[in-house]
Design a binder for this molecule. Structure first.
Ligand SMILES: Cc1cc2nc3c(=O)[nH]c(=O)nc-3n(C[C@H](O)[C@H](O)[C@H](O)COP(=O)(O)OP(=O)(O)OC[C@H]3O[C@@H](n4cnc5c(N)ncnc54)[C@H](O)[C@@H]3O)c2cc1C
Length: 399
């Protein structure tokens, strides 16, 4: 692109930090605007897929992140009380050597944050963004302060971004989650994200989520799905009631449940679904990550999608002659992949989280047996790794 831009990235999450680093490396002047007093991660452990890892590799961060993450080869779920396998996705069915990476969000954040500091990127903290003028690039903060002079504003404010008008659909289910030490004596598969379901009303899972740093112990992320409208009553009821239910669904989690002694140890995550049709809101405002598209984490793509968006935006800015052309190109690079995964996530979420009886019955007795017949295993692996729609090919990120 002819000339460098003065860019504000609103939001220091996965997408915002990655976009800031990549654009700063292309020579743009970048400032991050974040609401927290100190930039910090919020949220559960997460699974990085080949898509997100390819971006991190390009950024030179993959090796350090992989060294601290937990390699995951499989998604493995049993329906209870029958014990029928209803989810069995093996990454190697798509490509030998393919894997996902369970990571702690604070570790991923630290790696990205330190890299952003190395690039000398400005960070404005305690600044809550209220609105942006898409024509002028002026940012209005909650305090009434105006930040001016930006050629481009990148909205990386996540699913609650005030900068888009796309309706947010609250999903009926969310999840309680916590991070616990990995139990050396088993019984969990350290290379699988394991889940147990009762119909689609109850779901619990365990995923190895690596270490915070080289000196810290290995961890796992434990989660329990819960209806959003039942969260308050869950908090008010004795913890023992829920623990009995959780243990009944998956008796082997008892040693984990024994470590949970207060409701406060479990964080509640609400799930929302939204897709803003156009990621470009004007000549100076563009959306990435959850601010553009958010879904339930059932397919585990959100952070990976945010990394792909960040890479696409930086690439588009690097190859186009004007900002307008770059934003059009960015949209073209990402739109079909986003649409495909938003649709799949919308279709699949009720299969694993919902109140209906018929959908889980179909899952257990029809879909699960069919999913073992080729080419279904390879297609499932492609879906979970984010490969449908060939996003890496579009971004020339293939090895
Ligand atoms: C329980 C759970 C499990 C998940 N598991 C996975 C998984 O396994 N794999 C996966 O890929 N994805 C997963 N996701 C989804 C993933 O976390 C998100 O898609 C991803 O974090 C989106 O990144 P982002 O940068 O767009 O937004 P965020 O990470 O939400 O970052 C937004 C940033 O903006 C800041 N901010 C917000 N509003 C303002 C404001 N008004 N002013 C200033 N700053 C503001 C926030 O403080 C934050 O730093 C999961 C999500 C949940 C809830």
């Amino acid at each position: 692109m002819a000339g460098t831009l003065n860019i504000a990235v609103c939001g220091a999450g996965v997408g915002g930090l990655a976009a800031a680093i990549l654009m700063a490396r292309s020579g743009h002047t970048v400032t991050i605007v974040e609401q927290f007093d100190e930039a910090q991660p919020v949220g559960s452990g997460l699974m990085l897929q080949a898509t997100g890892l390819a971006v991190l590799r390009k950024m030179g961060l993959e090796a350090d992140i992989a060294a601290l993450g937990s390699r995951l080869d499989r998604l493995w779920g049993l329906s209870q009380p029958s014990g029928r396998p209803v989810l069995d996705v093996r990454f190697e069915k798509l490509r030998e050597g393919l894997f996902g990476l369970g990571v702690q969000r604070p570790m991923l954040f630290d790696q990205l944050f330190v890299a952003s500091q190395r690039e000398g990127i400005g960070l404005l903290t305690s600044k809550r963004v209220e609105s942006v003028n898409a024509q002028t690039g002026d940012i209005l903060l909650e305090t009434g302060e105006l930040l001016k002079g930006f050629d481009l504003v990148v909205d990386a404010l996540g699913v609650r971004s005030p900068l888009t008008r796309a309706p947010r659909k609250e999903l009926p289910y969310g999840a309680l989650w916590t991070t616990l030490p990995w139990p050396g004596s088993g019984p969990f598969d350290r290379y699988a994200l394991e889940q147990r379901y009762r119909a689609a009303r109850q779901m619990t899972g365990v995923m190895a989520s690596g270490r915070l740093d080289a000196a810290s112990p290995e961890t796992l992320t434990y989660f329990w799905s819960i209806r959003t409208d039942q969260y308050e009553s869950w908090r008010e009821a004795p913890l023992a009631n829920w623990k009995a239910e959780a243990e009944q669904l998956w008796p082997e989690t008892r040693p984990l449940l024994n470590q949970i002694t207060s409701h406060d140890q479990l964080t509640f995550a609400r799930y929302r679904h939204r897709t803003h049709d156009d990621p470009v809101s004007g000549p100076r405002l563009v959306h990435i990550g959850d601010a553009w598209h958010a879904a339930s984490p059932q397919l585990g793509q959100g952070a990976n999608m945010a990394l792909l968006d960040a890479y696409a935006l930086a690439e588009a800015l690097g190859s186009a002659a004007t900002t307008a052309e770059a934003l059009t190109h960015y949209k073209a690079l990402r739109k079909s992949h986003i649409r495909l995964y938003q649709l799949m996530s919308w279709l699949f979420t009720p299969v694993y989280q919902g109140d209906g009886q018929f959908t889980p019955w179909l899952r257990d007795y029809l879909a699960a047996p069919l999913s073992r017949i080729p080419p279904a295993p390879a297609l499932l692996a492609a879906m979970v790794t984010g490969a449908f729609g060939s996003p890496l090919k579009k971004l020339a990120l293939r090895d």
